[in-house]
Every structure is written in C-alpha cells, then in structure tokens.
Design a binder for this molecule. Sequence first.
Ligand code: 6AU
Length: 275
Amino acid sequence: MSSKFVSYEERAKRHPSSAARSLLETIVRKRSNLCVSVDVTAKADFLDIIDVVGPYVCLVKTHVDIIEDFDSSLIATLQELSKKHDFLIFEDRKFADIGNTVALQYSSGVHKIASWSHITNAHPVPGPSIITGLASVGKPLGRGLLLLAEMSTKGSLAKGVYTEEAVQMARAHRDFVIGFIAQRSMNAVGKSSTDTGDEDDFLVLTPGVGLDVKGDAMGQQYRTPEEVLNDGSDVIIVGRGIYGKGPTVDIQSVQVQAERYRAAGWSAYEKRLQL
Ligand code: 6AU
C-alpha cells in the first residue's frame, strides 16, 4: 500500500513554486526537516549558533529586530553561512498591516528583509491585500510567503473560520504563498470529505516543537517532532530546545541538540512514509 504522505523528493519534482522547490530540495539534499529559530540578542551569539547548527538544518529562522548590535555586516555574514552550510533563510517578521505599509517594511528600513530572506511570514488578519502588498516586493525576487493559519500558543484566536479563510487566501495566491505556519496539514481545510485537496501542496512549518518540555511560562506549547509530522507538518521549528534558555550560550550543547532534533525530525518523516 502506498503512503498517504508523499515524499519530499516527489514534491520537489512537481512543485510549481520555485521558492517551495528550493526548500524541498534543500530538505532532501541535507536529509533535514529542521529549522532552527535563533532568537538571541547579541550578534556574536547569533552568528556562532548559526555556524554550529548550519550543517543540520534546511532553514534558519531569524528575528533580526531583536539583535542589539545589528548592522549590515551581520546580513553579509548570514548570507555567507547560508552558502557555506547550504540552508535557506526565513525572517519571521509576522507582517500584519495594510499592503502599502508591509511593502515598505519588507523592502526598506534598516533591515531590508526582502533583499536577503528567502521566506517570510504574515498574519492574514488584514485580508488578501497583505499578500498583494508583500508580493509586489517579494515575487520579482523569487521569494515565498507563509501565512500564519494557526499559532502554537495557549488561547490562540487563529482557529476555525479564521484558519479556513487563511487557507482560501493562500489558494487564491499560489504564485506567492508557499504554505503556512500551522500545527497540521492545511491541504484539506475548507474542503468536503470527498475532496481530498490533492491539488494543493502547501508547505507546513510548525513551531512549538520540543523533546524535553511541554511549554514555557508565557503561553508557548510544545509537541514532539513525531506528533507534528504525523499531523502533516513538513518542517519543525525549534528554538530554545536547541540554543537553551540561559543567559550564555553553550555552543557544544547547541551542536548536540541540533543533531538530536535533526535526527528526530528525519526519523519521524521516514516513519510517516510507512503510514
Ligand atoms: O522553540 P521556541 O519556543 O524557543 O521558539 C519558537 C519560535 C519563536 C516564535 O516567534 C515562533 O517560533 N513561532 C511562530 C512563528 C514561527 O511564526 C508562530 C507560532 O505560532 N509560535 C511560535 O513560537 O521564534
């Protein structure tokens, strides 16, 4: 019997979006569905962590606005590391404004996100104009957008009809929206039970992944790589589970944890191909 899940390799061959294909091809090349979220505030820690986790990841996720000593050399080094270790870059900007404003936030300012980030994300709350605003900047550069269809936090409002509307917005903009931040596959959302949603191949990137704890003191909730992969997630996003919670970064432990999460994510993927 064939699996209800299609391999990354098959999907990479037939995906219509070049941004989605790049991510799927990187996943296959590196045998990694791990995205490390590097939420630290010092440039030196940020770059040290990325250099160490680089070999184990398909994607590095950034919040550049939290870096205290940010300057343009950080972006140049990040791009060098992306080439050295063969990973893509995802600036987790969570745009949420009108089209005109998000286009400026994406292209301009200190960070010039569109010029270096292969993937970014947006809240669907303003409606489809947020996609057209971001697409006016990102599409000519071959970038891809993820919509936040669900969140990992306790009491999230992104559920039910809101999630369905987010998926409909994505279906109407398949030329730029490559997938979702969500907790499960979105391909069948809003479709009847006889319609399998097979024509959709949205990528699902899932935060709120941890092997050792179930949450934090601020509403974050964690599930294991196996739980999220079995629900149809494609990429696990792991932050503190890898770089730790302390004021200082233990770089040896970062490497051990990155290897551990890469292995856990990949074995969950291989297991689900048997389902
Ligand atoms: O593994 P953690 O909890 O240390 O970090 C999770 C990372 C953080 C959040 O900003 C982000 O994932 N995140 C997102 C994203 C990626 O958009 C959405 C969400 O619902 N939950 C979440 O934690 O950088």
